[in-house]
Design a protein. Structure first.
Length: 215
């Protein structure tokens, strides 16, 4: 490279390639040390200049090396600010999983005086109707995981609380067992519809639900 190289063009190219142009300048003392080392290292630049000559007579190559040193310093600043790995990018760690949404139903307080024969018309008035599998039964509460909602706003789980109800004395009340599949209907006040409207999944009860909730 000769002395007639356009220094302004070289510097413009370096500015365009600077990865840290938008960051604050690096520490002045570090910049001075890098510049002195870069501009006075004759064996690497291949020129005859030395520190004693000062800035006069320095070739464009020297200024190019000096400018490159500044870019390297700025890049080091970027690395420091950003840090190692994804944590330095400002991305927050993933949050914990949200609690599942739950529909809560309870068993009626006592056995109904009389039971009607289960029919699609009466079932269609249910506020809640779901096809679900029992995930757990503990302390009188069954937790069901729905696979299909016929009526009501879908939630992740359905909890059925038997409370102090004696299910053995209640006609047509479902007795939930873990791992079993059930069809469960509930009224607007959150009561499970018994008398055969809710119970273990079978073809007859499934057909009744399909007729009551055709959509």
């Amino acid at each position: 490279m000769t002395d007639d190289v356009d220094e302004d063009e070289l510097l413009a190219r370096l500015r365009d390639a600077d990865p840290a142009a938008s960051l604050p300048p690096a520490d002045a003392d570090r910049v001075d040390r890098f510049l002195e080392d870069a501009m006075g290292h004759d064996t690497q630049t291949g020129t005859t200049e030395h520190r004693g000559t000062g800035a006069r007579g320095r070739s464009p190559l020297t200024w190019l090396v000096a400018a490159a040193a500044v870019v390297l310093i700025a890049a080091a600043g970027v690395s420091t600010l950003v840090g190692d790995g994804d944590e330095g990018l400002g991305t927050p760690p993933p949050g914990g999983e949200a609690d599942p949404s739950v529909t809560t139903l309870t068993m009626p307080d006592g056995a109904p005086g009389r039971c009607m024969v289960p029919n699609a018309q009466a079932l269609s008035n249910a506020e809640y109707a779901v096809d679900a599998e029992v995930a757990s039964v503990e302390g009188g509460t069954a937790v069901l995981e729905p696979t299909e909602w016929y009526a009501g706003d879908p939630t992740d789980q359905v909890e059925v609380d038997a409370g102090s109800t004696d299910l053995r004395a209640m006609l047509g009340a479902p007795r939930f067992e873990e791992g079993q599949r059930y069809l469960v209907a509930g009224t607007g006040d959150g009561r499970v519809m018994v008398c055969g409207f809710s119970g273990p999944y079978d073809a007859g009860l499934a057909a009744l639900y399909a007729e009551a909730f055709p959509g």
